[in-house]
Design a protein around this ligand. Sequence first.
Ligand SMILES: NC(=O)c1ccc[n+]([C@@H]2O[C@H](COP(=O)([O-])OP(=O)(O)OC[C@H]3O[C@@H](n4cnc5c(N)ncnc54)[C@H](OP(=O)(O)O)[C@@H]3O)[C@@H](O)[C@H]2O)c1
Length: 260
Amino acid sequence: MTAEITSSIGLLTGKAIFVTGASRGIGAAAARLFATEGASVVLGARSTDALDQVVADIRADGGVADAVRVDLADPATIRAAIDRVAELHGRLDGAFNNGAAIQAGPGPLDGTADEDIDEQYQVNFRSHWTAMTAEAALMRRGTGGAIVNTSSIGSRRANPVLPAYGAMKRALNSLTETAAVTWAAEGIRVNGITPGGTATEMMQAWEESTPGIIEQVTAASPLGRMGRPEEVAEVAAWLLSDRASYVNGAIIPVDGGAGA
Ligand SMILES: NC(=O)c1ccc[n+]([C@@H]2O[C@H](COP(=O)([O-])OP(=O)(O)OC[C@H]3O[C@@H](n4cnc5c(N)ncnc54)[C@H](OP(=O)(O)O)[C@@H]3O)[C@@H](O)[C@H]2O)c1
């Protein structure tokens, strides 16, 4: 459960915000935080039971939340989700495009299956293109908005262990910067974040395919621990808020210094 939503003036008060990957991990933490900060949130993912639970928790705390089923591999469901946001709120002020899949089979790159490359392309890259296009169209009906895309520390350097994941996240950084430059004049800011190792199911899944990786990632962090989903969500909340009004086209590390 989140802290009780008592304040009427939060960082995101009055904003309608769409969050993908909201069924667990960073996205669920973000949806809870954004609601606590006064936003009306619409949560997207495939696991509708998990989404409904997060929505119920937010509503129990006095927040405004709804869920929509989205498969990031299917552009039609992404567009339908933004249509649902329009139906619910008639506007979109913020979008946290955060959902992604870990690469099913780890590297090396010359052993990566075509299916893994295709999934990484569809879920971790193309979905953002589709989502941002639909989101920007709805934001234009209002006074603009802010978009935050979740990339990864794994996009910043060579990524021999997750080559397709790293490549799609690097491509996402490029798309984020391009969108920021393209839409700035319309009042739409676009930024990215590159989390480091964060304690979510994604890390557990990676540990299963690459035993010992959690220990390695923890050792690589100057803070000596992985991040918590809430710590990543805080940065997204700020970027989506008006307090970040001059931040555009930035790719901000949230990695405890692991990439420094
Ligand atoms: N955890 C880390 O160490 C770490 C580090 C760097 C970057 N990141 C990035 O942070 C973001 C959030 O990851 P997380 O750690 O919170 O992972 P997570 O706990 O595994 O959550 C991933 C979320 O993405 C959703 N998702 C996955 N495939 C989807 C699909 N095809 N369609 C719709 N939704 C889909 C999942 O929902 P359903 O399964 O219900 O659809 C879930 O809500 C991702 O972009 C990830 O790449 C994470």
